[in-house]
Design a protein. Structure first.
Lengths: 116, 111
């Protein structure tokens, strides 16, 4: 997982509460990504950022928000508008930036969010 | 959808045997990537193969790409218990820095 930290590893929240998941990297990568993984499924892209102060919606952005104020950090907020927030959330980085080329991605260890 | 589709969904083999997983996709790609995920962990990048490449090797891993058939395969030779994991292919469109993941193949190596 080296170079990318996600905290906490497990997170429990009550329905109706917003929650922020942390993602920090020291790889000096321009691009950062947030994915959601449900049991037995692949990864679905929530949001991504190619450069500081800029980000784009992925395939399932509804109910989520992000910010990219620093190159090292890309926090994800799961809002109360997200209907099924319980999932495994993965943060990733890559060199891609605005090059238009998809390089390999490096993943953090993930945060398992449970909302009851 | 550009999403790659892995086959089989699950695979169990004896330790020491070779494991082959396949990935098919629908539209032209810039590159195709393979990742491994151990249970409850983040993904680890294994190999990236570009659209103009046909085969790549990394240790016990061999990846092939057939753009005419829009398919790729990942071969793990002489499997070990530590190879037990889920394996995902991810496809990259031309001029796009995002990748799209398939649903993965769950590989179980039997002792």
């Amino acid at each position: 997982d080296g170079g990318i930290t996600q905290s906490p590893k497990y997170l429990f929240r009550k329905e109706g509460q917003n929650v922020t998941l942390s993602c920090e990297q020291n790889l000096n990568h321009d691009a950062m990504y947030w994915y959601r993984q449900d049991p037995g499924q692949g990864l679905r892209l929530i949001y991504y950022s190619q450069i500081v102060n800029d980000f784009q919606k992925g395939d399932i952005a509804e109910g989520y928000s992000v910010s990219r104020e620093k190159k090292e950090s890309f926090p994800l907020t799961v809002t109360s508008a997200q209907k099924n927030p319980t999932a495994f959330y993965l943060c990733a980085t890559s060199l891609s930036g605005t090059s238009g080329i998809a390089y390999e991605q490096y993943f953090g260890p993930g945060t398992r969010l449970t909302v009851t | 959808s550009q999403q790659g589709e892995e086959d089989p969904q699950a695979l169990s083999i004896q330790e020491g045997e070779n494991a082959t997983m396949n990935c098919s996709y629908k539209t032209s790609i810039n590159n195709l990537q393979w990742y491994r995920q151990n249970s409850g962990r983040g993904l680890v990048h294994l190999i990236l193969i570009r659209s103009n490449e046909r085969e790549k090797h990394s240790g016990r891993l061999r990846v092939t790409l057939d753009t005419s058939k829009k398919s790729s395969s990942l071969l793990i030779t002489a499997s070990r218990a530590a190879d037990t994991a889920s394996y995902f292919c991810a496809t990259a469109w031309p001029r796009d820095d995002k990748i799209i993941f398939g649903k993965g193949t769950r590989l179980h190596i039997l002792p």
